[in-house]
Ligand binder design. Structure first.
Ligand code: URA
Length: 243
């Protein structure tokens, strides 16, 4: 039986290491070939075809892999920056795999991050419609008063004019000078969102750790270590339909 003919950006996002949007851009820039021929947006292929980006053959992973990593400081979530070591390198069987992180944590941020080969899952999680809850522990430079606490909960205007959505849980664990710690849950993931939210109320985040993504908790995963999950475990833990 012949494998399914699909738009090349979907094919790569499903089986490879790039998002549809990234592949769209690569196609527009003339960097994608199917069986030796440069393609244009909308062209289709199957996983049996030879698909190349910048001359590098895309390996189609038919069976996806899923990890929850507790990212330490100093590790980066993107493959394009040169600030530090790649977070994906902490997953043992990293070699020759199309692993990538879903979303990002800053180089100095620690905690839970999903590593996978499943581009379709990444699209689902990253979609603004998904509203997946992410819970953070936030260490802040100065105590916060009631007014600041309320505006952080209701939503604040970030430096680019975007107004954040209501936080789901907001708990001041400690509010003493030199030891301000807040636990909060957000349902969106703008770039540097937590740090920018506190900047909007004249506070600085001195330490940040993500401890939960939907139902997936960091419990029992030590810093730098990971837990391997089945597809079902990963999807169910994210509250996403598993088919
Ligand atoms: N918000 C931030 O500011 N940084 C992160 O790494 C994650 C959320």
């Amino acid at each position: 039986m012949m494998n399914k003919l699909e738009r090349v950006q979907k094919l790569i996002a499903n089986y490879g290491a790039y998002s549809r949007r990234q592949v769209d851009r690569f196609i527009e820039e003339g960097r994608v070939k199917v069986n030796g021929k440069t393609i244009t947006l909308g062209d289709k292929a199957t996983i049996d075809d030879k698909v190349e980006i910048d001359g590098k053959i895309i390996k189609f992973n038919l069976k996806h892999e899923y990890f929850l990593l507790n990212k330490p400081k100093g590790y980066i979530c993107s493959r394009e920056d040169n600030y530090g070591k790649e977070a994906i390198s902490l997953v043992n069987n990293y070699k020759n795999r199309n692993l990538f992180t879903i979303g990002r944590l800053d180089v100095g941020t620690t905690g839970l991050i999903i590593i996978t080969t499943d581009g379709e899952l990444s699209n689902k999680v990253m979609s603004p419609r998904s509203q997946i809850k992410k819970t953070y522990l936030v260490w802040v430079n100065k105590p916060i008063n009631k007014e600041i606490s309320l505006s952080l909960q209701r939503g604040v205007e970030l430096d680019d004019g975007y107004v954040t959505k209501k936080t789901k849980n907001f708990k001041i664990i400690s509010n003493e000078n030199g030891k301000v710690l807040i636990k909060m849950t957000i349902i969106e993931g703008k770039k540097n969102q937590i740090k920018r939210m506190f900047k909007a109320v004249d506070r600085e985040v001195v330490n940040l750790k993500r401890i939960q993504i939907a139902f997936h908790k960091i419990d029992k995963i030590d810093s730098g270590l990971y837990r391997r999950l089945s597809k079902r475990e990963m999807y169910e833990g994210l509250g996403i339909n598993y088919e």
